[in-house]
Design a protein. Structure first.
Lengths: 114, 114
């Protein structure tokens, strides 16, 4: 158990819909990262927050957005969903928010878009 | 831009045999390098990381990796494979700076035969 929690574990929805994925970091960690894992793209960095502020952005679509709240939990919002958004979405957390910090990964949310 | 290449998407070894998983990186500056393991239906777990303190890095579960600047490599090894080592392994690179984002390789699935 990494100490990072993600809900829900599974999510099945239809094209065009909007979903919210939630992540609670390890106690004491200030930074949260979101990654997408798919068969065709592999593991890709989406976005990073540190203590409520966006710190880095990766290959995140404009239809996707995220935020980190004062209690440090984070939410990833995916809208206008397409079939290609089906993937495993991981949240990770770390203390400092810069390398070589160890990132601790949650178990992931598996999103299926039908 | 930084990148990581893992040679071999699938590696099969017999129980007790040497495990060698290959990773080559591309970076204009000395990078930080990581190996993560993903067991089925789980999140990623850090095996070890290179932070420039020592070129031979020892990790958990008997794994180690050697940083070779001249070869731009960071191969993962274990002297004797166990059945429990069967999993997917990811090499990742991160740049120095104020972000901890990881750039992952495509992953290598390790199969251990009895």
């Amino acid at each position: 158990d990494s100490g990072v929690t993600q809900t829900p574990k599974h999510l099945i929805t239809a094209t065009g819909q909007r979903v919210t994925l939630r992540c609670s970091p390890r106690s004491g960690d200030l930074s949260v990262y979101w990654y997408q894992q798919s068969l065709d793209q592999g593991l890709q960095f989406l976005i990073q927050y540190y203590n409520g502020e966006e710190r880095a952005k990766g290959n995140i679509l404009e239809r996707f957005s995220a935020q980190q709240f004062p209690d440090l939990h984070s939410e990833l919002n995916l809208s206008s969903l397409e079939l290609g958004d089906s993937a495993l979405y991981f949240c990770a957390s770390s203390v400092e928010g810069f390398s070589p910090d160890t990132q601790y990964f949650g178990p992931g949310t598996r999103l299926t878009v039908l | 831009a930084q990148s990581v290449t893992q040679l071999g998407s699938h590696v099969s070894v017999s129980e007790g045999a040497l495990v060698l998983l290959r990773c080559n990186y591309s970076s204009s500056v000395p990078p930080y390098l990581f190996w993560y393991v993903q067991y089925p239906n789980q999140g990623l777990q850090l095996l070890l990381k290179y932070t420039s303190a020592a070129t031979l890095v020892k990790g958990i579960n008997g794994f180690e990796a050697e940083f070779k600047k001249s070869e731009t490599s960071f191969h993962l090894t274990k002297p004797s494979a166990h059945m429990s080592d069967a999993a997917e392994y990811f090499c990742a690179v991160s740049e120095r700076g104020n972000t901890g984002k990881l750039i992952f390789g495509q992953g290598t699935t390790l199969q251990v035969k009895p």
